[in-house]
Design a protein around this ligand. Sequence first.
Ligand code: ATP
Length: 146
Amino acid sequence: MADHKIHAEIVTPYEVFFDDMVDMVIVSSKEGEIGIQPGYTPMMAALTPGEIRLKTGDKVMVASGTNGYAEVGRDMVIVVVNAAEWAEEIDLPRAEKALARADKRFHDPETDPQERNHARHGIERAKARIKIAKKYQDKSYSGSSF
Ligand code: ATP
């Protein structure tokens, strides 16, 4: 607790997306946003597609995360998600196409229930990426900091 920071790791099946000390991690859970700071009560939270924000001083890094979970310890948080992208790396046209594709599949009467469920998750991922891209990509920023 010497410097009042928390060790934050964001991992996907493909990479360690982020691994550093920060002041605060904000994740999107099914119950809303959770802000995790040093000393937070250990817990597990199910995550929904949405913002992951990493705050250090007056610097905030914003990423988009998919479904997953966060494991919180006293001075650490591990976020495990299927995919993560920094806000400025989101390809907005790609997300818009993914949304249209998933929406079409979701509403197609020929789509079976399992496939409809996949389509629903695809809609949620694409909507989160679109929202984050629109919210942050038109702001002036340097690298992944806002
Ligand atoms: P798509 O059909 O466009 O691939 P998806 O929701 O099926 O969308 P995911 O399975 O969540 O995509 O992600 C696959 C990989 O592509 C991950 O590495 C993810 O970070 C990346 N990715 C997906 N969509 C985008 C996007 N719009 N911009 C940047 N990277 C993306």
